[in-house]
Design a protein around this ligand. Structure first.
Ligand code: URA
Length: 212
């Protein structure tokens, strides 16, 4: 069986943290196993939990438009995943979502690391604060991080606002859409070979660089 499929199976049976008790199903991720671009979000929401697919709710529709209308790549050509594979919910009865706890991220992130190792994307887009903080090993907030290149190992990472945050701040007319587009244009320039990135030699240099 293909490695990514083996991993998917392993994830579907995971009981490493409390989130397995409230999930309908795990949301592994989807897309081209040889994708050049990987989008990484926070964790599944209600629609994702019900369908088993990442980014298929309202935020997902915006992400899909960014990929297909903006970048002019079919969604199936990129890879979309989350830091945690089960929906983090405050209270299932009220259907309220929350960010994953550090403990949940610690338990689940080895799965994401293996996904990244298998897919070997040329670039990662970190969607929102929790994804950016995890991937870049920083405590800086997304407002500071967005638009500036960072690194996850030897893979360049572009942090940008989470589509849900964009929609919460002005809906379809949100001024943050412009910022996300600026960030995505940098990713496109890198993919087109118009931008050459050199990796900082130490984590402290990375922090300095991100903080410019
Ligand atoms: N938000 C996320 O971070 N991930 C999803 O898959 C959906 C919404």
């Amino acid at each position: 069986m293909e490695e990514l499929e083996k991993l998917r199976k392993e994830v579907s049976a995971c009981v490493r943290c409390i989130l397995h008790t409230t999930r309908t199903q795990t949301v592994f991720g989807e897309g081209n196993p040889h994708a050049k671009v990987m989008f990484i979000g926070e964790g599944p929401g209600k629609t994702e939990d019900l369908t088993g697919r990442p980014f298929v709710g309202r935020a997902g529709e915006l992400l899909t438009r960014i990929i297909e209308r903006g970048m002019k790549i079919p969604r199936s050509e990129v890879y979309i995943a989350n830091i945690v594979k089960c929906r983090p919910t405050v209270d299932l009865a009220f259907q309220k979502d929350r960010p994953p706890t550090p403990e949940e991220v610690a338990q689940c992130s080895p799965f994401l690391e293996r996904q990244i190792q298998l897919i070997k994307p040329k670039v990662i887009v970190a969607l929102g604060g929790p994804a950016a903080k995890y991937l870049l090993k920083t405590e800086l907030g997304i407002t500071k991080l967005r638009g500036k290149w960072g690194w996850h190992g030897d893979i360049p990472v572009m942090p940008t606002y989470h589509p849900s945050y964009v929609l919460r701040n002005g809906g379809e007319e949100s001024p943050l859409k412009k910022d996300v587009w600026e960030d995505i244009k940098k990713v496109m320039a890198y993919l087109d070979g118009k931008l050459v990135l050199s990796q900082p030699r130490s984590p402290s240099q990375q922090e300095l660089w991100l903080d410019l």
